[in-house]
Ligand binder design. Sequence first.
Ligand code: FPP
Ligand code: MG
Ligand code: MG
Length: 327
Amino acid sequence: NGTGIDIADSALADSVQQGIDRVERLLHDSVQSEFEFATRTSLHLVEAGGKRFRPLFTLLAAHFGDPHADEVIKSAAVVELIHLATLYHDDVMDEATMRRGASSANARWDNSVAILTGDFLFARASALIADLGAEAVRSMAGTFELLVTGQMRETVGLGADEDAVDSYLRVVYEKTGSLIATAGRFGAWFSGADEKTVASLERIGRLVGIGFQISDDIIDIASPADESGKTPGTDLREGVRTLPMLYALADPDTDPRLRDLLSRPLSDDDEVREALDLLRESNGLARSRATLDSYAGDAREELASLPDAPARDALAALVDYVVARTR
Ligand code: FPP
Ligand code: MG
Ligand code: MG
């Protein structure tokens, strides 16, 4: 699998690989259009070497029931298509030029092409969800709404009497945790697992998803582009205050120069570099890693309520991966 998560049980590893291969074929089939340009711009990110973290999570969640059910594969593909669609839109909003080690679609073509490609993927995802029934459509509609409100909250910034860290965690749940929670819910549900297991995998998805975004925000500061496949400092350029920045600002000993740099979006490359250096020296990263550890701990606790099975151990490895990818 693309994450490099080690699945110790070889029968489980084979079963997951079969599932991933089927999801991969469905993703490719789903973007075929007689209008070849739409297929080409869609394949740009489909083939850009994503980790397929969400489908992997869906497939692991499905191993508490029948993991080979068609609905499991379809729901995993739906989640990845929705995720890819939001990335096309996100890179426009963030004015990002790089994604998954390649040019972003907005950089390679333009904003209109990127937005329309996202919309095309939503259209194709919607057609697949229709096969999963009205309850799945309703569930995904709710998730969709959270993705949008999370992104809107991030765009408009903090309300008058909101706590910055609380607001950050809410945004992170909405824009990232909600879809990963749905990935877990769909996997368990469409495999025929009982309601308790479904609810548990949804909660694990929420915790892992929040952790995943915190690690993404640490990576934006701590990791060079050749490791992350993205341009470091994108959040600084957009003026988006992520957890490491909020923690640095909360520390009375933080350099006043860093406070000044975090008070506005940065467009100057030298200022971005300077802010990154100061953030790397601040205690914001260490505190963010501690918060990430705490979400991972809660996820592990929730895992303990699942039946003892190889998939449970693989999910524990997935939690470890979310923590470890920032180091
Ligand atoms: C990436 O965050 C962005 C998201 C996880 C959510 C994006 C959501 C939208 C664009 C709204 C959904 C739109 C529609 C039309 C439903 P990031 O910018 O922090 O991560 P990055 O480092 O991967 O760019
Ligand atoms: Mg972005
Ligand atoms: Mg963004």
